[in-house]
Structures are given as structure tokens and as C-alpha cells.
Write a protein that binds this ligand. Structure first.
Ligand SMILES: Nc1nc2c(c(=O)[nH]1)N[C@H]1C(S)=C(S)[C@@H](COP(=O)(O)O)O[C@H]1N2
Ligand SMILES: [Mo]
Length: 306
């Protein structure tokens, strides 16, 4: 399925020409097609990765190779009520929630996050649509956050809950409409399973888990928000950061303000933007369609290694 979409999109990109990719390079040609792992095989994945010697990191680049413009993709301006309210105050009220299977749930402001140890890395982002950009990311290593929260022994995955709604699901599952045209484009729309999402994982702002009504849920329509997940190997990889700066400036809204995941050994869609909450879990079954991410629920692979 992923190959089909990539072929389609590569063809589209070819027709559209380089102008659409301004500031970015064409996809660097990694062979994602050979990937076969899926969530059902994660026991094997663990063994395989345990056998790998130490932590591997993605290539880092010199300043001179930073792309002049980092192409925004997917959601670029979340329409969500809670997000708009945060953005209107320049994210001064933003709090990252860290909860689930942790000893000490955390609620961290941007100042709190900036006060933690930081890491800066210049890496290449590869999107399955066939483009790449090199950017300089600064943020707090996810490991630093998780160490402070303390993991319960059952914790196996970090679920990243994002602020942005990509589409709405009707309660009867019969009709789905993209929330705004920029988020779900034609090629994506062809993928959308109309019977999406029985269980919405909760509002990224924590509204649902507080028992409050989601402000964007109306007339039997429920927002389906972006989410992603990574395992503990990636969560503790030194290059896995919650980034608040891009190229030395506060992350723009279009690239995921105020906080986005960088998980550098995996493809673009794993790099969740607009991260509101990190939930440590033992299983991914309870989220979306249970495949571990918005795009995974629509056929993409969970382990999107480059
Ligand atoms: N919350 C959220 N995260 C997201 C997406 C999205 O639509 N919403 N799109 C993904 C995809 S497919 C890509 S390629 C990158 C794009 O990041 P950028 O906008 O900084 O280029 O974000 C990923 N993370
Ligand atoms: Mo992407």
C-alpha cells in the first residue's frame, strides 16, 4: 500500500516539477520498500534491535547544508479550538503533559522544557511523498523528560498526542470530511478508510480525559487528531528530541509549534508536530485503529526506518 502511494506521489511530484519543492531536495532514495515489520511483529523487532550494537543515529550535516526553506507538510495551521487559543497567546499557556505508565506525571511549560538539557542536530527529513529537507533542530531529548517522569516497568511505547484534527468521523462511521483542504490532500483522501476510528484516543489537551466535551466535536462528528508512537529504543535514542527551535528560531506554526517530535531514523510522518501529550503505554491497541499512528491506521508502516 505504501509503495502504491509512493509511486503515485513520486509521479505527481515529477509532473509538478521542482518548483513545488523549493528549498528542498528530491527524496534521497532510501529503500523503504524493503521494510516488512509491522506492529504484530514487535517482539521480533525487539530482539533484532537488542542485537544491534548500541544506539545508532542518523547522519548529521554541516550548517552549510541547511535547506533555505523547510517545506511544511500535512497540517500547517491546526484549526482546533484548543490549539488556536494557545497560539493566540504565543503558547505561553502551553503545557506538555507526560502521563500514562509513569511514576510521576508531568506538566511542563515551554520554559520548563527549555530549562532541561538540550540537544541541537542538523538532519535530513525524508517524506514518503518524495521530498527531503535539511534542518537544524533544537529541543529536549525525550529521554530527559522520561527520566524525570520515571517509567513503570510495563511501559513499552510513547504515544505522541497532537493538537491537529485531520478529519472528522461521524458517529455512525458513514461519512468523513477532511477538516480543511490543506491537511488531507487528494492522494491522502484516497486512503482514508471511511469506517475510521471507533475509539478516539482523547483530546490532546486532555479535555476528554478530564471528562469534558471536546470543543470541536459537533452534531455526532468527532475530530480525528494526528497521533504517533515510538518504542523505547527510539524514545531513548539521543537524537530523539522534542524540538522547540528550527534553524535557531522558535518553531513556526507550520512546522509544528510549539513542540514537535524529531525521531531521525524514521520517515517524515513519524515526526509528530503539535505534540501536546506524551503518554507511556504498554500497548497501542487503544488508540485510533490500533496501528500506532494516524497514517499507520491508513496503511503506512509503524516502523518507518530510513
Ligand atoms: N501533528 C502532525 N504531525 C505531522 C503531520 C501532520 O499532518 N500533523 N504530518 C507528518 C508528515 S507526513 C510530515 S512529512 C512531517 C512534515 O513536517 P514539516 O511540516 O515540518 O515539514 O510532519 C509529520 N508530522
Ligand atoms: Mo510526510
Amino acid at each position: 500500500m505504501i509503495l502504491h502511494r509512493r509511486r503515485l506521489l513520486t509521479a505527481t511530484a515529477g509532473l509538478a516539477g521542482a518548483s513545488l519543492l523549493g528549498g528542498c531536495d528530491r527524496f534521497a532514495g532510501t529503500d523503504a520498500g524493503r521494510r516488512t515489520l509491522s506492529i504484530g511483529e514487535d517482539a521480533n523487532l525487539y530482539v533484532q534491535r537488542l542485537l544491534m550494537s548500541g544506539m545508532t543515529t542518523a547522519r548529521e550535516f554541516p550548517e552549510s547544508m541547511i535547506s533555505p526553506w523547510f517545506k511544511p507538510n500535512g497540517s500547517i495551521d491546526p484549526p482546533d479550538t484548543a490549539y488556536k487559543a494557545l497560539a493566540a497567546k504565543n503558547f505561553s499557556d502551553f503545557k506538555l503533559k507526560v502521563d500514562g505508565l509513569v511514576d510521576t506525571p508531568l506538566s511542563l511549560s515551554l520554559a520548563d522544557l527549555r530549562a532541561l538539557p538540550s540537544r541541537t542536530q542538523i538532519t535530513r527529513h525524508d517524506c514518503v511523498e518524495g521530498w527531503s529537507c535539511i534542518g537544524k533542530w533544537s529541543g529536549v531529548p525525550l529521554s530527559e523528560v522520561l527520566k524525570r517522569a520515571g517509567l513503570k516497568p510495563q511501559a513499552r511505547y510513547a504515544v505522541l498526542h497532537c493538537a491537529d484534527t485531520l478529519e472528522y468521523a461521524s458517529d455512525d462511521g458513514a461519512w468523513v470530511q477532511p477538516s480543511h483542504p490543506n491537511t488531507v490532500r487528494e492522494a491522502h483522501a484516497a486512503y482514508v478508510q471511511l469506517a475510521a476510528a471507533d475509539d478516539w484516543g482523547g483530546s490532546p489537551t486532555g479535555a476528554a480525559s478530564n471528562g469534558e466535551k471536546d470543543p470541536d466535536a459537533t452534531d455526532g462528528r468527532r475530530p480525528i487528531r494526528y497521533y504517533e508512537s515510538i518504542d523505547l529504543f527510539d524514545a531513548f535514542n539521543p537524537q530523539t528530541i522534542l524540538a522547540y527551535d528550527l534553524n535557531g528560531k522558535a518553531l513556526p506554526v507550520s512546522n509544528g509549534a510549539p513542540l514537535r517530535l524529531r525521531v531521525e531514523r524514521q520517515l517524515g510522518y513519524k515526526n509528530a508536530k503539535y505534540v501536546m501529550r506524551v503518554e507511556m503505554v504498554s500497548s497501542l491497541a487503544g488508540f485510533g485503529d490500533g496501528k500506532g499512528g494516524y497514517w499507520e491506521d491508513r496503511g503506512y508502516e509503524w516502523y518507518a526506518g530510513i
